[in-house]
Design a protein. Structure first.
Ligand code: P6P
Length: 334
């Protein structure tokens, strides 16, 4: 049973037994993500001092290469999960191919693979806008004791055992699910601990916020254009409000709390949309569904899509259930 203000560590221990695969490994994996999130958070918060600490490509006062923050975040998450001897493979937006992990020669006995977008929205860092980390966790499908293969990563989103995000915003939060609801933890930077601040997060079934890059309007499919016009009509208790931060995690997080829909459709500019299925859409879809929301590509449930490539893109519509279903209705009737 969760109680407000318990720490993430206490929460993991208290809820470990409810996780059907419990062997403590997943708890240790979530803990390693927690640690990496705190390290990345510290660096992200310093980004505003780039004129003092040096931009990426510079060398800092210790003569070390100043890394781009997305490269830094990628390295930190990979190092932390590798050192903890928990995962057998990692795929990242920052890595062309997946990484097979056999740290400390455990002979590939670990059973989880992790897919990660280490710093989503990193272009916002230079203008001090929130960014995020997104992660997705599966059990491997190839035999334990052998190196992972691409098949361990190309699993449907419905096979995820856990997923979550970190939002480095006005406060830093870690929000995740292991298939038993969604819980949000806020970092107290003075202590360095995450505290349960948002137990059992739920999307309102309806909302008044739509999040889409309307600069692409003329390139959208007709169904999306019709839905956007529907949101802008004065009829009834509309119009809606347009809110688009340009950072998926931030737009998603606000919409989950207030009610809303996020859309990154395909267009004549991006024939499959922009977002990546494996480490952006699937984890956010898992969280959305666990929070009574919905996620589709406009026609198909995101978590039913069989992946074919590690970095494949899909159109993404996600948020309050009634809003997503209304958008899907416009897509069907276009
Ligand atoms: P655009 C960030 O690059 C990202 O992947 C998401 O976080 C964000 O919602 C989207 O792309 C923004 O893309 O094309 O609207 O700038």
């Amino acid at each position: 049973m969760s109680r407000k203000n318990q720490t993430l560590g206490e929460f993991i221990i208290e809820n470990q037994s409810s996780f059907k695969y419990t062997s403590g490994e997943l708890s240790r994996l979530i803990n390693s993500i927690r640690l990496a999130a705190k390290v990345v958070n510290h660096e992200v918060n310093k980004a505003g001092l780039v004129d003092i600490i040096g931009a990426a490509g510079d060398t800092n006062i210790q003569g070390e290469d100043q890394q781009k923050l997305d490269v830094y975040a990628n390295n930190k998450f990979i190092q932390t999960m590798t050192k903890r001897n928990i995962v057998c493979g990692i795929a990242s937006e920052e890595e062309d191919d997946f990484i097979s992990i056999n740290s400390q020669d455990e002979n590939h006995q670990n059973k989880y693979v992790v897919l990660i977008d280490p710093l989503d929205g990193s272009s916002n860092i230079d203008v001090n806008v929130s960014v995020g980390t997104i992660f997705s966790i599966y059990r491997r499908v190839t035999p334990v004791g052998t190196p992972v293969t691409i098949d361990d990563f190309l699993q449907k989103g419905s096979q995820q055992v856990a997923a979550g995000y970190v939002v480095y915003g006005t406060s830093t939060m870690l929000v995740y699910t292991t298939g038993d609801g969604v819980n949000g933890f806020t970092l107290n930077p003075a202590i360095g601990s995450f505290y349960l601040s948002h137990p059992n997060m739920q999307f309102p079934e309806d909302g008044k916020i739509y999040s889409v890059n309307e600069g692409n309007y003329t390139h959208f499919p007709q169904g999306i254009k019709n839905y956007i016009k529907y949101c802008q009509l004065e009829e009834g208790d509309r119009p809606y409000t347009s809110r688009y931060i340009g950072s998926l995690v931030s737009d998603f997080h606000r919409n989950m709390i207030k009610g809303g829909i996020y859309l990154y459709p395909k267009s004549s500019l991006n024939s499959n949309g922009k977002l990546r299925l494996l480490y952006e859409c699937n984890p956010m879809a898992f969280i959305a569904e666990q929070a009574n929301g919905k996620a589709s590509d406009g026609f198909t449930r995101i978590m039913d899509i069989k992946p074919t490539e590690l970095h494949q893109r899909v159109p993404f519509i996600c948020g309050s259930k009634n809003m997503v279903e209304k958008a899907e209705e416009f897509m069907r009737n276009a």
